[in-house]
Structure formats: structure tokens, C-alpha cells
Design a protein around this ligand. Structure first.
Ligand code: SAH
Length: 345
């Protein structure tokens, strides 16, 4: 028997064409599209404005591959982590992060990761596959539903800071964002979406050329090549000067300020020269720095730097007119914090 196709891989136009080629009206395609994306239908049976014959015909030709939230864990600070089962039984994780006024979804873009950041738990899972656009979209919908249920408000922000390197799954991430922002999907503003990358220069330039409207965050962690390569080995290929050039290009094309994510570790990047290099790096394009707390991933190789070192960073950045925030981790007790997503359960 021929394997049935996932109907959600079809664009709206392809759906319309499918109906026309089956002797039906094109607008049926719109109806189905709305069921699939706006109403997140899990089966053809619920599509009640279609005849039974049409629904059966769809079920004969297609499947609707949906994610399933297998397990939901709640942290003492309100953070929720979903273990999400995909149609082929692989698992990714996504996180709901509540604050007083906002709900942020942290979503995954790949199963595992192909990069090899030494401090990140996800890097220890080899990259198994890219997520499809609908699998990314579904994570967002699941968190939106949880936000409405537990916090009585819709999801307000999305960060691509879960498992995987979003730019290594460029097309699918962009397609997912298109659905998230389109009126037929969730209608969210792209300004509330941040894509975080470890810094793939060629693809940062491509995003600029594609005139994307979401925000960009770059996991910098060091502005000195030797140091950065020692903790993020791909930096040997994607060097800081290439990254810098790409970021300047990004800013010229988009006018959108860049956020640098940065963890300060004892003995790695806690010296004055590390701070000075960062300050220099920030001068090339308007940017701000987010100092992230380190979330240990069990091996003891990395240790959060002293308070004094963090203060030195904050001081020097502020002195040089660079906005800096110190971000506390959320959801640590359930392994839901940055860099801790590794399907432990
Ligand atoms: N691959 C993307 C997105 C995933 S990681 C990227 O690299 O940006 C999201 C953020 O968590 C990145 O800034 C990453 O460097 C950071 N991170 C990874 N491991 C961490 C850890 N153990 N503690 C704190 N932050 C970590």
C-alpha cells in the first residue's frame, strides 16, 4: 500500500489544486486549510462543513501528522516543560515560561543538534532530523493552549531557543513562522518572535536578504576566536570575523538590533580582556547583551563565574553605552532551562 501523505505538508494552493483535480471546487481547499491551521484539527471527521464522502476521500489519501504532548512537567516557578512525541516516535521538548505579564514559548527546531557546544546538553544527542514546519507550529499551539488554560491569557512571545540550531533547518523554521504570523494561523506579530542562532554567517545574511521581520539573537559567549572555538568548536569554521561581517550586513538590511546571549564561566571568559573583546564586538552593529546564568549539565567542566566577574561585565558594558540584562534561569528543577533540554525523562 502506498504511504499516505501528510496533508499539512501541502500549501493552500496545493490543497486547492488537489480538490480541482478531483472534480471539486477550489474553495474546499481553503476550508480544509482553515481546519488544519486555524482550528488545529486532528482528524478529518471533525471537518463538519465537508460532506462525509469528501472527508472519507481525504482520509483515503492523507494523514494528519500531529504531535502529542506525552508528558508535562511543572516547575516550582511556574515554568512548564512539554515532552512532545512526533509521528515517528522521536521526542523533542518545548517550554512555557510565564512572567507576571507575558507567556513565552521556547520551541525546538531539530531533534538533537548537529552543533557541538561543549556546555549544552542538547549537543550530546546527535542530530536525528529536522522538524517539519507543522511540528514547530504545533509546539506553539500546545503552549498557547496551556497558557490559556493555566494563565488565562494567550501566548505572547516565542523564542527559538529549544533543541537544535534553527538556521540549520532554515526553510522549515521560516515556513513555521509564516504560519504562526499569518491570519490563517495564529496571527502573531513577528516582532514577538526571536530566532536564536549559534551564528551561521551565510544564513544570517540570507535572513537579511529574505527581509525577515522577527528578531535575531546570537549565542556569542566569547568575542575571542580561540576561546570561542574551545567551547563552540564550529567557530573554527564560522569565525568571529565572518560572523561580525554577517551581523553588520543584517543590521544594514533590517535595521533590527541584535541580542547577544552570553554566559560567563569561571576560568573561561571571566577576565577583563574577555569583557573588552565583547565591548569591541558590540560596536559593529547596534546590539544588546543578555547575560545568561549557567545551567549545569552534570559534568563539572563548566562553572558559573563569580558575582564579581558578572558585575565587571555589567559595569564595562554600561560604561560603553551597551544595554545589558542579567537573566535568571527558569525551570531549572525540571531540566527546562537553557541548554538543559536533552529528553532526560
Ligand atoms: N542553537 C541555538 C538555540 C538553542 S540554545 C543557539 O545556539 O542559539 C539557547 C541558548 O541557551 C543559547 O544561547 C545557548 O548558548 C544557551 N545555552 C546552551 N547551554 C546552556 C547552559 N548549559 N546554560 C545556559 N545557557 C546555555
Amino acid at each position: 500500500m502506498k504511504a499516505k501523505k501528510d496533508i499539512r505538508a501541502l500549501t493552500r494552493d496545493q490543497l486547492r489544486e488537489f480538490f480541482v483535480s478531483n472534480g471539486d471546487k477550489a474553495f474546499r481547499g481553503n476550508q480544509v486549510y482553515e481546519w488544519l491551521w486555524q482550528k488545529s484539527a486532528h482528524s478529518f471527521d471533525v471537518m463538519t462543513n465537508l460532506s462525509k464522502a469528501t472527508r472519507d476521500m481525504l482520509a483515503d489519501n492523507f494523514v494528519i501528522n500531529h504531535i502529542r504532548v506525552d508528558q508535562m512537567q511543572r516547575s516550582s516557578d511556574g515554568t512548564i516543560k512539554n515532552a512532545v512525541r512526533l509521528h515517528d516516535d522521536l521526542i523533542v521538548e518545548s517550554v512555557l515560561i510565564p512572567t507576571k505579564t507575558r507567556t513565552t514559548a521556547c520551541v525546538s527546531s531539530q531533534v538533537g543538534c548537529s552543533l557541538d557546544c561543549k556546555f549544552c546538553a542538547t549537543a550530546r544527542l546527535k542530530r536525528m532530523r529536522n522538524l517539519n514546519p507543522d511540528e514547530i507550529y504545533d509546539q506553539v499551539v500546545a503552549i498557547d493552549n496551556e497558557s490559556r488554560l493555566y494563565f488565562e491569557r494567550p501566548l505572547s512571545n516565542i523564542v527559538f531557543m529549544g533543541m537544535g540550531e534553527p538556521l540549520m533547518n532554515y526553510n522549515n523554521v521560516l515556513k513555521a513562522i509564516e504560519k504562526i504570523t499569518s491570519p490563517e494561523g495564529l496571527g502573531m506579530s513577528p516582532k514577538r518572535i526571536t530566532v536564536s542562532t549559534s551564528g551561521v554567517p551565510k544564513l544570517i545574511k540570507k535572513m537579511a536578504d529574505d527581509a525577515v521581520k522577527f528578531k535575531l539573537a546570537v549565542s556569542l559567549h566569547s568575542a575571542i576566536d580561540e576561546t570561542r572555538t574551545s567551547i563552540m568548536p564550529f567557530n573554527a569554521t564560522f569565525t568571529l570575523s565572518d560572523l561580525r561581517e554577517a551581523l553588520v550586513y543584517w543590521y544594514q538590511k533590517t535595521n533590527s538590533r541584535i541580542t547577544y546571549e552570553y554566559v560567563v564561566w569561571e576560568g573561561i571568559n571571566d577576565k577583563r580582556e574577555d569583557v573588552d573583546a565583547l565591548v569591541d564586538f558590540c560596536r559593529f552593529a547596534p546590539s544588546k547583551v543578555n547575560l545568561i546564568e549557567y545551567n549545569p549539565i552534570d559534568d563539572g567542566q563548566f562553572k558559573q563565574a563569580s558575582k564579581k566577574a558578572i558585575e565587571m561585565y555589567v559595569d564595562q558594558l554600561e560604561k560603553n553605552g551597551i544595554t545589558v540584562t542579567v537573566r535568571r534561569s527558569r525551570g531549572k528543577d525540571i531540566d527546562a532551562a537553557c541548554g538543559q533540554l536533552a529528553n532526560k525523562s
